[in-house]
Design a protein. Structure first.
Lengths: 123, 186
């Protein structure tokens, strides 16, 4: 069973990487709707999938944050991706299964997954 | 309605965060002999006036200014009351708010507790500067967790939202909560 002492190893590992991490200027932001509507629609497993994918791919320049209800409850879970210098992209009716492609194609390679976006839904 | 009580917890804690709580305590207690389950959430946020508190269980009341309907508290209250239990919310301006939901554990309409580790990990990832406490008791066994002790072990300068730390917290909580429940999360 895991013990809190293992955190010492994480701390030491990070000390060595501190210089590298701090030089990362351009932070990408992934924002998940976590109001009652988002949570009821399944935001938590989506958030957990995002977290696991970032960890698996060792992506460090992404901040995950939350937002409230923006009035489109029936399209929740909603995930917004902000890449510096580009327009915000909103993904709607999110599912954990969609997360892998969004991280790989959009966050890593800069090409939004159009079929999951709010634009595709409105067509 | 929420499918799991751990989602109600996640939702209710969002109110604590919006109320600018910096210290949020979650207590879960399962007592098989008494056929009881109790969930408590307590924050040190700005609290509510007696007037707002009196209305807050009404779904058409909210502290938000962007919208006039708030369902989170009604959902949690209903989950407790349909499972042979009760619901109570107390608050004091400048001091904080506390919520208690009690359930008849064996009641057929009691929702499963679900992924408590997932709820806590999500909260820490999204709010790395808030102090969260969990006290989970199942009969005579107890598990205590706090972000304070994680911070102590990590030393200064490392965010709890760092992927390596979050991944550790997620596994740590899952393992310990599973052990507490004898291998079954209900």
């Amino acid at each position: 069973m895991k013990s809190l002492e293992e955190l010492a190893a994480i701390r030491d590992k990070m000390k060595n990487n501190a210089a590298v991490r701090e030089s990362d200027g351009d932070e990408i932001r992934i924002v998940v709707g976590m109001a009652t509507c988002g949570i009821a629609a399944g935001a938590r497993p989506v958030l957990n999938a995002i977290m696991e994918e970032l960890e698996k791919r060792d992506i460090k320049n992404v901040t995950v944050a939350q937002t409230g209800c923006i009035g489109m409850c029936k399209l929740e879970p909603i995930v917004d991706v902000y890449i510096p210098g580009k327009e915000k992209v909103s993904y709607v009716l999110m599912k954990p299964e969609k997360v892998g492609r969004i991280i790989a194609e959009h966050v890593v390679n800069g090409r939004p997954v159009l079929e999951y976006t709010i634009g595709a839904y409105e067509k | 309605m929420m499918e799991e009580l751990s989602l109600n917890i996640l939702d209710i804690v969002q109110n604590s965060i919006e109320a600018e709580g910096t210290k949020i305590e979650i207590g879960i207690e399962e007592d098989d002999a008494a056929d009881r389950m109790v969930i408590r959430i307590k924050d040190n946020g700005r609290g509510m006036s007696p007037q707002l508190l009196a209305q807050v269980e009404d779904p058409f009341v909210t502290g938000r200014t962007t919208r006039k309907v708030g369902l989170g508290i009604s959902f949690f209250k209903e989950a407790a009351e349909t499972a042979g239990g009760s619901f109570h919310i107390g608050s004091q301006l400048g001091k904080g708010t506390w919520v208690t939901a009690e359930f008849q554990k064996s009641h057929i309409d009691r929702q499963p507790l679900g992924d408590v580790a997932g709820t806590l990990t999500s909260l820490i990832l999204l709010n790395p500067d808030i102090d969260f406490f969990l006290n989970y008791r199942v009969n005579d066994d107890t598990f205590d967790f706090s972000t304070e002790e994680i911070r102590e072990q990590l030393g200064g300068g490392i965010k709890l939202s760092h992927p390596d730390v979050i991944s550790f917290i997620s596994e740590y909580l899952s393992e310990h909560l599973r052990a507490l429940n004898g291998g079954v999360g209900i």
